[in-house]
Design a protein around this ligand. Structure first.
Ligand code: FPP
Length: 244
């Protein structure tokens, strides 16, 4: 495989289309989520093989609790099962697993397994894999603001010193480079309250491919599109070419 000229350091993915994938096969939506787990595995492997440093997956949004109870239950079962079945392999491949989101909403047994998986893989270096669960971009910004407010109340922070840098430092994934590329599968063109702040300068890539069908080939198509984008960060194209 020819590596694209410019590889993103951080790829974020909104994995959409599991339900439709199953419905097209006249199967329950939960089967689509199980097929989605295979696509997660394939994407993790492909990112690692291509030397991408960070992969962040949107697995369960703050709004997904509104789904039918049966589907939420099936997703929780799947997460539990995935934690039991995947963590050792991730660890063996030096993947560092981190869950971001309001984890306190999950059942203690599930939360404990998430924390244990994070501890187990904390020193791994091949790929940082972040899984967003009960995550919302607005929640993230609000929790960062709350942290700063508490510091100010304690007298450890002067509110006039609050700026973008200080707020960003309290957000999830503050220790990692921000996403360079956001991929959304499933044909919708929206961000759906994913990493609102962190995506400020990400290149957006939308594909009609449903998540269970997303494989290494589909990832390469996204990486190829990314390699042709001109990332200007507010500068002009002429300025960028003069700096090159
Ligand atoms: C979106 O498809 C997908 C989800 C809400 C769940 C994502 C979960 C997985 C990919 C399962 C495995 C994940 C891990 C991390 C082990 P949708 O249900 O919204 O599809 P639709 O738009 O076709 O209805």
């Amino acid at each position: 495989m020819n590596a694209p000229a410019t590889l993103p350091r951080h790829v974020a993915i909104i994995m959409d289309g599991n339900g439709r994938w199953a419905e097209r096969r006249h199967r329950p939506r939960s089967m689509g989520h199980r097929a989605g787990q295979k696509a997660v595995r394939a994407s993790v492997r492909a990112c690692r093989e291509r030397g991408i440093a960070v992969l962040t997956l949107f697995a369960f949004s703050s709004e997904n609790w509104r789904r039918p109870q049966e589907e939420v239950g099936a997703l929780m079962e799947l997460f539990l099962h995935a934690l039991d079945s995947e963590v050792e392999e991730l660890h063996g491949n030096s993947v560092r697993l981190r869950f971001i989101g309001a984890l306190e909403a999950f059942a203690p047994s599930l939360r404990e397994r998430m924390l244990a998986a994070m501890r187990r893989t904390a020193d791994n270096t091949a790929l940082a894999l972040n899984v967003a669960v009960n995550y919302g971009g607005r929640w993230d910004i609000a929790q960062a603001a709350r942290t700063l407010a508490l510091e100010a109340v304690r007298g450890d922070l002067d509110p006039v010193d609050i700026d973008e840098h200080r707020l960003a430092a309290q957000l999830c994934l503050a220790d990692l480079p921000p996403p360079d590329l956001l991929i959304r599968t499933g044909g919708e063109h929206r961000i759906s309250n994913f990493l609102l702040w962190q995506l400020a300068y990400a290149e957006l890539y939308f594909t009609d491919t449903l998540w269970p069908d997303f494989d290494a080939h589909a990832l390469d198509a996204a990486l190829d599109a990314y390699s042709h984008r001109e990332r200007r960060f507010g500068r002009t194209g002429t300025q960028l070419r003069a700096r090159a």
